[in-house]
Design a protein around this ligand. Structure first.
Ligand code: ZN
Length: 334
């Protein structure tokens, strides 16, 4: 496979703090012979593990970018042992446009891996992460939120992996991040995800969903910042122990955790995020907006659990992910 056309303006092996760019060639109506300039920071000192932090894998998710721009100003090389690579906005064209997917090629970064060096711009960025950045990493932390169309209880997540030793290290990292919820997540569509690319290389990977709706709150940003520092302490890059608070353990065991809309209309959530729900309980109604005087369609929980995610806009259509119900691990084990 040909070499990546992406050029980094930083030296990943140099000591100290460097602020620079990944220059991705781009020649469009707005800029001939130009480049998409993805900001990044590299902080390195002494010998130790490497962590890669990414935000805005989806461009309309903001806890990651806010916390990582903050980290790029805060982290001093004298305070660390190892290397921290910070990319606050991975799908930068999507981020600049305030969209989930790229404004240039429509690419969903988390469905573009392993990418191609001669592909679309999203595939070129994915390929650079896959062949250049991920091989440098010991820990990979991808900070997501729900974006404009979803909202979640704030959780860090790990996946069930074939390699149980690797899975245990991912779970330990998820627990160290110490979001209010910790979720063993089933992915419905994992083949082309960044997560899967990192996990295939044997890396310790954790993701998050820290909120949603296309903005960020003081609370969820604080969870992101604390989680990042906790992870750096867990990895031994920063000194000290991770701050530990209560975290509710959840699992999404199978497709029953995901309630999909089959109707278009006005969405009325009947329970809020974080609430306990029972199998068969009505969790949402969809009202017919073409006429009055018709009963709304009822959507029911298909398992006992916690409402961990929901469709965010108040209008819905068939195929929307209406609700995510996760099982409390204590309940799951009895
Ligand atoms: Zn996302």
């Amino acid at each position: 496979m040909s070499q990546s056309p992406v050029l980094a303006t930083v030296d990943f092996d140099a000591e100290g703090v460097q602020h620079g760019y990944l220059k991705v060639p781009y020649s469009g109506d707005d800029s001939g012979w130009g480049a998409v300039m993805i900001p990044l920071t590299v902080v390195k000192n002494d010998v130790g593990p490497t962590v890669i932090f990414t935000g805005a894998n989806h461009g309309d998710e903001y806890e990651g970018p806010i916390a990582l721009w903050w980290l790029s100003n805060e982290l001093k090389s004298k305070d660390i042992r190892g290397r921290v690579i910070i990319v606050p906005a991975m799908n930068y064209p999507a981020f600049k446009a305030g969209k989930r997917t790229s404004s240039i090629d429509g690419g969903n970064m988390n469905r573009a891996f392993p990418g191609r060096p001669d592909g679309t711009i999203t595939e070129i960025i994915a390929d650079y992460f896959n062949r250049v950045l991920l091989p440098m990493a010991d820990y990979v932390v991808d900070i997501h939120s729900g974006g404009k169309t979803l909202d979640f209880v704030p959780f860090a997540c790990a996946h069930v992996l074939e390699d149980k030793h690797q899975q245990a290290r991912c779970i330990a990292a998820m627990e160290a991040f110490n979001a209010p919820y910790s979720l063993m997540l089933l992915e419905l569509d994992s083949a082309k995800m960044y997560d899967t690319a990192a996990e295939k290389m044997g890396k310790v990977f954790i993701g998050t969903e820290l909120g949603g709706g296309g903005s960020a709150s003081a609370t969820t940003v604080a969870i992101a910042k604390r989680g990042i520092l906790n992870l750096l302490k867990h990895a031994g890059i920063l000194s000290g122990e991770p701050e530990r608070g209560p975290s509710i353990s959840l699992v999404t065991p199978d497709h029953r955790s995901f309630v999909t809309s089959e109707h278009s209309g006005l969405l009325e959530m009947c329970v809020d995020l974080g609430s306990d729900v029972k199998n068969g309980e009505v969790i949402a109604l969809v009202h017919d907006i073409e006429r009055t005087g018709t009963q709304p369609v009822e959507y029911k929980a298909t398992i006992d659990g916690v409402l961990a995610g929901r469709h965010y806009p108040s209008l819905t259509q068939p195929g929307d992910n209406l609700a995510v119900i996760a099982i409390r691990v204590e309940e799951n084990q009895d």
